[in-house]
Ligand binder design. Sequence first.
Ligand SMILES: O=c1ccn([C@@H]2O[C@H](COP(=O)(O)OP(=O)(O)O[C@H]3O[C@H](CO)[C@@H](O)[C@H](O)[C@H]3O)[C@@H](O)[C@H]2O)c(=O)[nH]1
Ligand SMILES: [Mn+2]
Length: 741
Amino acid sequence: MEGRGLRGGFTTDAPPLHTSKPLRRTAFNRLFAVVYSSAVIALLYRHVRNLFVYPTTSFLSFSITLSLFISDIVLAFMWATAQAFRVSPIRRTEFPQNLKRIVKDEDFPGIDVFICTADPYKEPPINVVNTALSLMAYDYPADKISVYVSDDGGSALTLFAFMEAAKFASYWLPFCREQNIMERSPKVYFEANYGSYTPQFEKIKSMYDDMKAKVEHVVDKGKVIDDYITDDRRRRAFNQWSKGFTQMDHPTVIQVILDTSKDKDISGHSLPSLIYVSRQKSKTSPHHFKAGALNVLLRVSAAMTNAPVILTQDCDMYSNDPGTPLRVLCYLSDPEVKSNLAFIQFPQRYHGLNEDDIYASEYKRVFQINSLGLDGLKGPNYVGSGCFFLRRALFGGPSAPVPPEISELNPDHAVNEPIEWQNILALSHHVAGCNYENQTQWGSKIGFRYGSLVEDFYTGYRLQCEGWKSVFCNPERAAFLGDVPITLVDVLSQCKRWCIGLFQVTFSKYNTLIYGSQSMGVFISLAYSHYAFWPIWCIPVSVYCFLPQLALANHVTIFPKVLEPWFFLYVFLVLGAYGQDFVDFVLAGGTVRRWWNAQRLWMIRGLTCYMFGSVEYMLKSAGISTHGFSLTSKVVDDAQSKRYGQGIFEFGVPSPLFVPLTMAAIINLVSFMLGLAGFLRGNAEEGLGLQMILTGLIVLNCLPIYGAIALRSDAGKMSTKITVISTFMSVALYYISSLLF
Ligand SMILES: O=c1ccn([C@@H]2O[C@H](COP(=O)(O)OP(=O)(O)O[C@H]3O[C@H](CO)[C@@H](O)[C@H](O)[C@H]3O)[C@@H](O)[C@H]2O)c(=O)[nH]1
Ligand SMILES: [Mn+2]
């Protein structure tokens, strides 16, 4: 497609830097949306008629119809908001090979890379340094890259790991350049090239192994042992961990580990700057989790380098392609795109997924499919990692700048002194202090926004409300790869945190439907609302997992009879929604089994994290509990990892999250058996047909749960406690339903 902003570069005859074209299926999707919405309206009409026009005989049937009505309204709402992703999806392509003809190397902008870590025991320092090394080794002028590490764990172990990594970097970066390798995370490179026997390979590998051994040794010991404190500089650095220094209460530690103006690698090239920052913490000041950490980095980096471009990165998301910054430049070099561009988002993609991605950790719909849809509106939402920001965008709207309280933090302030200059270090410490933000606009109008556990979603949303746009960059080869949680409880706890965070946005004055539509337009606000209301999926999922089954067990018909006209409406609605989802998934490169697992996880989330997240949010609003950011563990237990590799569900811990899920599994199985027995005896009504089909499908989805309850003996099976509680509660539910029906 030719048109506005589609040709990058400054003159029309310059080669293109990027193009975009609409997805081919858009016309069909729009047409389908019209047809499908008629069907949705017909269904809702049926419910309304049953509720109000034909006054029903009993309170019970009224309640059943009302539950179904509410569930279907929620489903209809989620369906309608999801159409925003389908109105005008686009796919972009970049041509970094044309870049050098348009932009000279010396005009490349500086990039400040932010890496967040928060706990050396949940996020092993050796992995964090691997991430950092992969980014330091970008194919980009090293003197334009500065890597800032935020350590919310306040751990000397992490600082030690980075000191060792800096030494290793001076060998690793030239090695990457000479060998022109793609995997610039040493860990990944050595795993991928296991058994290569060139002398150079052996040498660099043994250096890596030495570093790794030292770092892991220190982590095992829990402190940096004296043998490793080899010089005064190190001694001074580690002396900052004085008595009384704890993770939640300690002064700022800022350590310049590499300074590009001085430090060279073994081949004489500059090394990127590397700065360790552990912001001040105090039990009496809120620290705002990751958003707070990012804002400190935003200020410290402003004091030290103030690069116009910022890359935010989770500690487990390493670079998988050294050419990524050049792709970004394809957009940044296009003045038309750049004028109101806030960020360029790459999808979160993962390594180490098992073959069928049993926990649907890929979130293909969220990270890949929907982002194409958003890209055709105002651009994708920010997903926390793999995102290149223009620093300016974090300081007010495109035409309404909000200047920071001190001019040194201004996005256009030029830093002319070396990083380690006394004044600069003093300023950096000052702006990393835990009281610095008091009475300022940080977190409300400036920087990453506070108030939600999904600071990424919230910040991106607020920026788009201010009038900024974003670009979705989705190259064939993943730009970044991250870790996934490998136990079900971790998967669901992460999702629960997201749900709480999303509701914090929904029930704020920045509600995506009201505030969003006023500031951004209808479609994009619907798209944001689809996410903001994500947890309400727990309503229809729970209703459809319990109500029809209890009714079935009591021989009560709640759906249309098989082959009557309304029956076909149900069939169309279900097949239409699942079918379209399936097509999207497979066209985005997914396999049939992964799709099956994704729809299963949707059901599981509906019964667990969506529900618990909503309840926890309400308890918090009522002042009964508080929310924390429970880190996703990146440490792997060998037995768990083996089971994950084999595609076996991991329950293990007796988490309350598993109770409704296990209950649903039990109730569906029992009701299905009862229903089947009725059919076999020949005394079942044909009105129960749809309920049987639904129950049967849920039983299929629950197969791994039956295995975990009854057939397994490994440590990942369902704990007996959960099985007993769930069985007891299921029996109680049957008993109550038999009284009501
Ligand atoms: O107080 C905190 C808490 C977390 N983090 C860092 O935040 C990142 C994300 O934490 P993680 O436990 O990995 O959460 P996930 O749910 O896996 O992360 C997703 O969801 C988060 C929002 O909930 C986003 O911030 C992330 O970018 C996104 O990948 C990690 O690098 C942490 O070190 C901090 O720096 N400080
Ligand atoms: Mn993570």
